[in-house]
Design a protein around this ligand. Structure first.
Ligand SMILES: Cc1ncc(COP(=O)(O)O)c(C=O)c1O
Ligand SMILES: Nc1c(O)cccc1C(=O)C[C@H](N)C(=O)O
Length: 395
């Protein structure tokens, strides 16, 4: 056994989160793709079975009240809230991240005065946010200005209405400085909107502490909600009265069953709802969130950094010099929970071979091997093995 393998074994033995792994369905491979689709928590299949057979099959329409279907978006929002540093009453679950980006960004611009004619968007964003921001700009009669996150402070002015940023870059794994960027946006008198897809469940976000205005995120990555599980929208309590959703469906009406002709928004975070919630996915997510009971997000962050540090150490030790280049920042303050390795010209083939050997990461065009580290179920021995197999494939 190598020194690194021995170290891994010891670190797994000392890991306070190690027992969480048993809460997930995994095989004997190494799953490093939880930043794309989280693994299945064991509590989910039984809950879905109950929702389908008893709540739907037997109770039918009564379940909207008796099984808590109607209030699921805000109830599950309150369950996610502590994971992203938000007090209750500010998050609703529903729709996709893409749809929530539209609600958040148009809602943000509608809070700004008309003289503010620009929307700033992260120029390195995951594509969907950029596409939707472009449409939000057209819908609100603003100009879209793509800016790299590090250049955002210099780009802000009295013309800026709202700024949409990704907390962690999906390609490189770079963590952007949410507190200081939010403060800069506020100093310019603009509204800060954050996409938390790659940070929620992997590191502390501190939405309330840092005064974030609006935020969105998916639940199928580090929150393990399942394929296509509903996303969420956070609207800071102090802004909720001014939040004017571009999708004011009947579920966000003050009196949904009043069936009124005129729209009147509900109070609070409920304004972020649109239409009938996707109950099966939503209640699968609720069951999945049980894995967080008793877990501190600070402990998750500590393990995440230890895992990514250890992976980089193993890669340095095992992989032939010059064969890969890490795009992941060395400084912890700039790192999310993934490692991206540039591997030209054959990253796509290399990832296929890794997956064939049970080491599952993903390939992002044009030349990136991407490995996500989910602290609740990835261990140090997994990390050492992944780097060792990668080195074998690259030799
Ligand atoms: C930063 C970011 N935003 C949005 C999305 C996707 O949004 P949607 O769930 O609407 O497909 C992803 C990943 O798919 C993402 O990484
Ligand atoms: N949402 C996804 C999907 O529906 C299929 C495959 C992958 C995804 C992803 O989440 C991709 C991911 N956001 C990324 O960072 O690349």
């Amino acid at each position: 056994m190598s020194d690194l393998a021995r170290t891994a074994r010891q670190r797994d033995a000392d890991d306070p989160l190690a027992s969480r792994r048993a809460l997930f369905v995994l095989d004997d491979g190494v799953y490093l793709d939880g930043n794309s689709l989280g693994a299945l928590p064991r509590s989910v299949p039984g809950r879905v079975e109950d929702v389908v057979r008893r709540q739907w099959g037997a109770l039918r329409i009564r379940s909207w009240d008796e099984s808590g279907w109607w209030t699921a978006p805000e109830r599950i929002g309150d369950r996610i809230a502590p994971l992203v540093g938000a007090a209750a009453g500010q998050i609703v679950v529903g729709d996709s991240t893409s749809v929530n980006v539209l609600k958040a960004l148009v809602g943000a611009v509608r809070m700004a005065d008309d003289a503010r004619d620009e929307i700033v968007v992260d120029a390195t964003t995951f594509p969907t946010d950029g596409y939707i921001a472009e449409s939000a700009a057209r819908l609100t009669g603003r100009t879209l200005r793509p800016v790299r996150p590090d250049e955002v402070p210099a780009a802000l002015s009295g013309r800026t209405a709202a700024v949409l940023l990704n907390h962690v870059d999906y390609r490189s794994g770079r963590l952007h400085d949410l507190p200081s960027l939010t403060a800069a946006v506020h100093a310019a008198g603009a509204i800060a909107v954050w996409d938390l897809c790659h940070s929620a469940g992997a590191l502390p976000v501190g939405l309330d502490e840092h005064g974030v205005d609006l935020a969105v995120g998916c639940t199928y990555k580090y929150l393990n909600g399942g394929p296509g599980s509903p996303a969420y929208l956070y609207v800071r309590s102090g802004l909720q009265d001014r939040f004017d959703s571009p999708l004011p469906g009947w579920n966000s009406h003050a009196e949904p069953f009043g069936m009124r002709e005129a729209y009147e928004p509900a109070a609070g975070a409920l304004r972020g709802r649109v239409g009938t919630p996707d109950i099966l996915s939503m209640l699968a997510l609720e069951a999945a969130l049980e894995v967080w009971d008793g877990v501190s997000i600070d402990a998750v962050r500590a393990k995440s950094l230890a895992l990514t540090d250890f992976f980089l150490e193993c890669v340095r030790a095992y992989v032939p010099e010059g064969r890969v280049e890490s795009l992941t920042p060395v400084r912890h303050e700039e790192r999310g929970s993934q490692v991206a390795l540039r591997c030209a010209p054959d990253a796509g083939d290399v990832m296929k071979r890794l997956i064939g050997r049970g080491i599952v990461g993903d390939f992002r065009r044009p030349d990136v091997l991407r490995f996500g580290f989910t602290p609740l179920y990835v261990g140090f021995a997994d990390v050492e093995r992944a780097a060792r197999v990668l080195a074998e494939e690259l030799r």
